[in-house]
Design a protein around this ligand. Structure first.
Ligand code: HEM
Length: 491
């Protein structure tokens, strides 16, 4: 006879556990349906994981289906309730409502970037911190960067052409990423990052890209993508802190700034500078890391599609070449300057168009900090993810006639619907978190493509995958864009 009689009949624990599990599952469905209300989206969510499998392997077709299902639509991943906003009006409303929603980037961003990173500041604190960083993107600062960009670009093209001597087409997916990383590190940190370290950072950075899924496995356990990304950040941060220290020393020694970090240190020490002046090496490194994080994938995507669009549209390429020849006047070795870029309106229009047609960033996840009455008949519950999607805005046929065509000319006429509806151009977002590096990004993509047109001929070897989109944080052609390169002969 047991001391305590078993109060449950035989198999009772099983039935009790089953009853609890079933109640929790029923509760999960009830909460999902309560939050979703009348929005389009699955009527039931897959227990516990929701649409996790889709978020691991996102496809354009899947996203298009979601965006086209309604101006607002609902889904759930790992019990995170998500509202997707596909129209221009709702996307801008989210981006411009800092009292209701703040960026959460992708789910893993805080772990990957470090919760202390400035990009997670909100409200007044964010506005003030960001104001201090604007000095890194002034025309004066861009004038300093452009020479560095030109040098690195030419160095990489020489390597690309060397590798192309076998006559075989090669995907530029990874080579364009490497070019971008070396350019970014040289612009941000000058010569303070040795080439060996730049290579290490570039290789490890792929782990960060791979961790940028909408929602990750919740725990950053060893072996998971988020864990690997955190290790990659630690390697990059070690070098960036070193570069910040060296930049301070160089400016203190009276040297003129030669990179973004040095420019920043110099600006802070100007007697007229009013903002906060003291930044630790770690804080400076975190800012530079936030720029790498925000730019590496988007810039690579923009560049790769730039090459592909130009190669597939010889009539546009011919106009770019014509413009290059007019501005460079036969001198193809002379590095580009901002003044020369100012004389290239067609190049700028082409960059704007390629970034419209294939926007690298198709959406930016935000999180509601309180209930957000987004429309007359729907309020997004507090603590939800709310995602403004940009693709449909950028492909709106009312604003961009023939939206699937690559037509840089639409940006040349100041009266065109593209130019008179700037609110639709969400490639760089909108509102208080709008991309701080947009001018630098446009300039860099333009510069690389401009140099490419005068230094190389390139043929896109199209495959059945060329027009299919692969989403690895940003958009890429599925075949990595196979180019056959040859040096360009100028007669
Ligand atoms: C083609 C290249 C790029 C694209 C398409 C792009 C796009 C974007 C988008 C869509 C956002 C979010 C805007 C919002 O929430 O409203 C953003 C934010 C940001 N971008 Fe870019 N970006 C690019 C390049 C760059 C570069 C080169 C840098 C820095 C050097 C940069 C730094 C940032 C930063 C720091 C933010 C966050 C700003 C804040 O929270 O205040 N981006 N970018």
């Amino acid at each position: 006879m047991p001391a305590f009689p078993n109060l449950l009949p035989r198999g009772g624990w099983f039935y009790t556990t089953a009853a609890i599990v079933l109640s929790l599952l029923a509760l999960e469905q009830t909460v999902y349906r309560y939050k979703k209300r009348h929005l389009p989206g699955d009527r039931w969510t897959i227990p516990i994981i929701g649409k996790f499998a889709d978020s691991l392997h996102p496809t354009m077709e899947g996203y298009m289906k979601q965006w086209q299902s309604g101006a607002l639509s609902a889904l759930s991943v790992f019990n995170i309730f998500i509202v997707m906003a596909s129209t221009n009006e709702y996307a801008r409303k989210i981006l411009n409502s800092p009292t209701h929603a703040e960026p959460c980037l992708v789910h893993s961003a805080k772990q990957v970037l470090d919760p202390e990173n400035w990009v997670f500041l909100t409200g007044k604190e964010h506005v003030e911190y960001r104001r201090g960083l604007n000095s890194l993107f002034t025309r004066k600062a861009l004038g300093l960067y452009i020479g560095i960009q030109d040098t690195i670009t030419r160095k990489h093209f020489a390597r690309w052409l060397e590798a192309a001597k076998d006559g075989k087409p090669k995907p530029i997916m990874m080579t364009a990423r490497d070019l971008n990383m070396e350019t970014s590190l040289a612009v941000f940190c000058g010569s303070h990052i040795p080439e060996k370290a730049a290579k290490e950072i570039s290789e490890k950075y792929w782990d960060i890209t791979c961790a940028l899924e909408l929602v990750n496995f919740p725990l950053a356990l060893p072996g998971t993508k988020v864990y690997r990304a955190i290790q990659a950040r630690k390697v990059a941060m070690k070098w960036l802190e070193f570069a910040a220290k060296k930049s301070k020393e160089s400016v203190a020694a009276g040297n003129a700034p030669e990179c973004m970090l040095e420019e920043w240190v110099a600006v802070l020490s100007e007697p007229t500078y009013k903002g906060r002046k003291d930044f630790t090496d770690n804080e400076m490194a975190m800012v530079v890391f936030s720029f790498l994080f925000a730019s590496q994938d988007a810039m690579s995507s923009g560049l790769i599609y730039g090459f592909q669009h130009l190669a597939d549209h010889p009539e546009v390429l011919a106009k770019i070449k014509e413009e290059q020849e007019r501005v460079r006047r036969g001198d193809y070795e002379k590095p580009l300057t901002l003044e020369m870029m100012d004389e290239m309106p067609y190049l700028r229009a082409m960059v704007k168009e390629t970034l419209r047609l294939k926007p690298p960033v198709t959406m930016v996840p935000y999180k509601t900090t309180k209930s957000f009455p987004i429309s007359d008949d729907y309020t997004v519950p507090a603590g939800s993810m709310v995602i403004p999607a940009f693709y449909l805005s950028l492909h709106d046929p009312e604003v961009y006639p023939e939206p699937e065509s690559f037509l840089p000319e639409r940006w040349l006429d100041p009266q065109s619907s593209a130019n008179t509806n700037p609110k639709n151009y969400l490639t760089f977002g909108s509102g208080p978190h709008k991309c701080i590096g947009l001018e630098y990004a446009m300039m860099n993509i333009g510069l690389v493509l401009a140099d490419a047109t005068v230094l190389m001929d390139w043929e896109h070897v199209a495959t059945p995958e060329s027009d299919k989109v692969q989403i690895i944080a940003t958009l890429f052609p599925k075949d990595g864009c196979l180019l056959r390169l040859t040096p360009r002969e100028h007669i």
